[in-house]
Design a protein around this ligand. Sequence first.
Ligand SMILES: NC(=O)c1ccc[n+]([C@@H]2O[C@H](COP(=O)([O-])OP(=O)(O)OC[C@H]3O[C@@H](n4cnc5c(N)ncnc54)[C@H](OP(=O)(O)O)[C@@H]3O)[C@@H](O)[C@H]2O)c1
Length: 253
Amino acid sequence: MPPRHLLILGGTGEARELARRVHLMIGKRVRITTSLAGRRAVPPTLAGDVRCGGFGGIQGMMQYLKENAVDLVVDATHPFSPTISDHATVACGDPHAGGTPRLQLVRAPWRFPPSAKWIEVDDFASCANYLPQFAKRVFLTTGVRGLDAFSGLDDLWFLVRLIDAPTTPPPLAQYQIITGRPPYMLEDERAILAEHRIDALVAKNAGGKATEAKIVAAAETGVKIVLIRRPPPEPGPTAETVDEAFAWVEARV
Ligand SMILES: NC(=O)c1ccc[n+]([C@@H]2O[C@H](COP(=O)([O-])OP(=O)(O)OC[C@H]3O[C@@H](n4cnc5c(N)ncnc54)[C@H](OP(=O)(O)O)[C@@H]3O)[C@@H](O)[C@H]2O)c1
């Protein structure tokens, strides 16, 4: 039997780990392609093949699946990447009606220690409305998109952490930018909170080990945590862990 073609929609640590494990354990039975959006200047090294850049919407993804004889799709994209996940749902269609079997790998949300002071808000705008009620010095870790929502908060000081330095200054009155790439270490996160006298942490409710340390550090030190709520997952089968996603693939090849 020729190898089955697995498409992993990637851009996360889980996608990288799934590709590594499939390659190592059942690589003779599976041809792996990981798809990346192509946002990073230097794409990471991954097990199997890599394709970069958008598909060109749902139609483009459908065409890709057909032309490349994709047998299985694991959508292991970030929980805050709803567009690509929606496209995958539609492009893969119903597996019982000739569509491509698709699994969504959705990591578990963080679990908070009882001491944590945290709240979840619907979106960036709600977060910006809420922050001035209690915060003066904010550690903003939600990425470059969404910064506009905080632009009117001139009395607050922001420490903005981004993966790459921005090409244009953020629309904030008082800020400092730092750059960093996950995984982040607990000691470093504690030091950032202390050094900058942070009183509020803003994060997407993304879950995952790689960025969990900021939550732990904030909970320990009484820093208030404001989380942006996740978009709901797509309909269809989901896995929470790479182990579960691997088992789903293994059962189908
Ligand atoms: N959003 C975050 O906070 C975050 C954090 C860490 C990693 N990431 C990763 O960064 C990538 C982009 O995230 P996003 O939030 O910009 O996505 P998005 O808003 O859901 O998707 C926007 C468009 O980018 C393209 N795209 C996204 N992911 C792709 C992939 N894996 N392969 C090929 N094309 C992809 C698609 O273009 P077409 O319509 O042209 O196909 C999609 O319509 C994702 O792979 C995600 O896993 C995102």
